[in-house]
Design a protein. Structure first.
Length: 463
């Protein structure tokens, strides 16, 4: 009998199944199309011995030890409900379904509650690390009842990435906590990718550097404080050549970015919770505008470009600017996690989250160890940017970030995420802001009332 089941043998599901089999856990697999299941078994090589291929939900359930545990690795949304509906008649009370896709955490909350009412267990498990991570060790963010997780904890920890021998997997809270954390992880991922792309834009369009030269610079940075998976792969893709034309591969790629929704969900939740993740918002917006290719091509003809030129920006300034903006991207994500934890009473351990992001996931970076320590030491007013170990780093990096953005703006290079990072930093260090005027305007046109600095609410101005 197999110890665990998995349905959905797409790229991620297949990789995760092989990872589980390789760690010594017999696994039963299933896919909607049986051809894919057969092809998967062929690809599995010697690991096929630990794999039972099944051709129906009934057979999948029948191949499992009880109480059963089945991972669903299918696209978020209706396919997850379809799997649940298909599996349920073949399961017994106390069996467990694990949604390992990028689900919206509201769906996870609903599914967990629905299934609990019927006597079944359900876990929402965020898995990060792409295909390679899923195959050799992803970062795993688990949400759901702790009792439901207990029977599979050993397997999850065995397949997870390791940071200094510690598994990058944790049970983070009830119901949708795991999928929410994964969503915010992706929001931070969007911001970080956009920041790197903005630096690439300044080097390419502001300084006329070739992809190969930018690749070398990124590779060098990856040896320093910017060390991270995303900087590493950016160097690798910039160095790659198109086999057909022999030109740099990036030059052959259409500049319209895809998005499956997790970045947008991060923003929706941020706004709902009264937060504002502006660096992530800039990144999502940049992807959305990237899709308007024809309009942008027309805009290049219609709209006036600034007279100014981009002065040569020092490479060291760009490196420091990227680091400072990256810290702010993480800080906005962390603040959102804290707000959601309070709203949904999840008791999220932010330090633990930073720890399980140190290896395996897409946003893994040298910074995360420091972020984990900073959170453990306590964040003044809940703000990572106020943490003693980040105040000094930002004081050093912000002047470089200002120089880079000033230059980019003068030359008309779009740098929305970098500019948003500065806006957040300056807002948070402005004790007396400018919303006194907004309150006055609101009172003027709508008699909304304002609080006076010398006391009392609901005052009106002499307008
Ligand atoms: C990960 C990635 C992964 C996936 C995203 C990409 O953590 O492994 O985030 O989940 O690559 O879904 O999202 P977009 O298609 O929206 O860029």
């Amino acid at each position: 009998m197999a110890r665990i089941g998995l349905t959905g043998l797409g790229t991620m599901g297949a990789a995760l199944a092989l990872n589980i089999a390789e760690k010594g856990y017999p696994i039963a697999v299933h896919n909607r199309s049986t051809e894919r299941t057969r092809a998967f078994l062929d690809e599995a090589g010697p690991l096929a011995e630990a794999i039972t291929a099944t051709e129906s939900f009934e057979a999948l359930a029948g191949a499992l030890e009880t109480p059963r545990a089945v991972i669903a690795m299918v696209p978020a949304g209706d396919p997850v409900d379809a799997v649940i509906e298909g599996l349920l008649p073949h399961l017994e009370k106390g069996d467990l379904i694990i949604d390992a896709g990028n689900a919206n955490f509201h769906d996870t909350r609903r599914r967990e509650a629905d299934l609990a009412r019927q006597g079944f267990n359900f876990i929402g498990m965020g898995v990060s690390g792409g295909e390679d991570g899923a195959r050799h060790g992803p970062s795993i963010m688990v949400g759901g009842p702790a009792e439901s997780y207990a029977p599979i904890e050993e397997i999850v920890e065995a397949i997870a990435a390791r940071y200094k021998d510690e598994p990058c997997a944790a049970h983070l809270g009830p119901d949708g906590a795991g999928h929410f954390v994964k969503t915010v992880h992706n929001g931070i991922e969007y911001a970080d990718m956009q920041l790197i792309a903005e630096v690439y834009g300044m080097l390419r369009d502001g300084q006329g550097r070739a992809p190969g030269q930018i690749a070398e610079l990124f590779a060098e940075w990856n040896g320093g404080p910017l060390h991270s998976y995303l900087v590493e792969i950016s160097a690798a893709v910039l160095a790659a050549k198109d086999p057909e034309t022999k030109r740099p591969m990036v030059e052959m790629i259409v500049d319209a970015a895809g998005q499956k929704g997790t970045g947008r969900w991060t923003l929706i939740e941020a706004l709902t919770l009264g937060q504002s993740a502006t660096a992530i918002e800039a990144a999502v917006a940049a992807r959305s505008w990237s899709a308007a290719r024809e309009a942008r091509a027309a805009g290049a003809e219609i709209l006036a470009a600034p007279e100014g030129k981009c002065h040569p920006v020092l490479d060291s300034d760009l490196e420091e600017a990227l680091l400072a903006a990256r810290i702010i991207g993480y800080a906005q994500g962390m603040a959102l996690l804290a707000a959601a934890s309070e709203e949904y009473e999840w008791g999220l351990d932010l330090a633990r989250i930073a720890e399980i992001w140190r290896a395996g996931c897409i946003i893994r970076s040298a910074l995360l160890d420091d972020i984990a320590s900073a959170v453990r030491e306590g964040l003044p007013h809940g703000q990572l940017i106020f943490a003693p170990r980040f105040v000094g780093r930002l004081a050093e990096g912000m002047p470089a970030l200002r120089r880079v953005v000033t230059c980019g703006l003068a030359a008309g290079l779009p740098m929305p995420a970098m500019a948003a990072a500065i806006g957040f930093y300056d807002t948070m260090r402005t004790a007396r802001g400018t919303t006194d005027l907004i309150q006055a305007q609101r009172d003027f046109f709508g008699a909304h009332g304002f609080a006076r600095i010398d006391g009392g609410e609901g005052h009106h101005g002499p307008w």
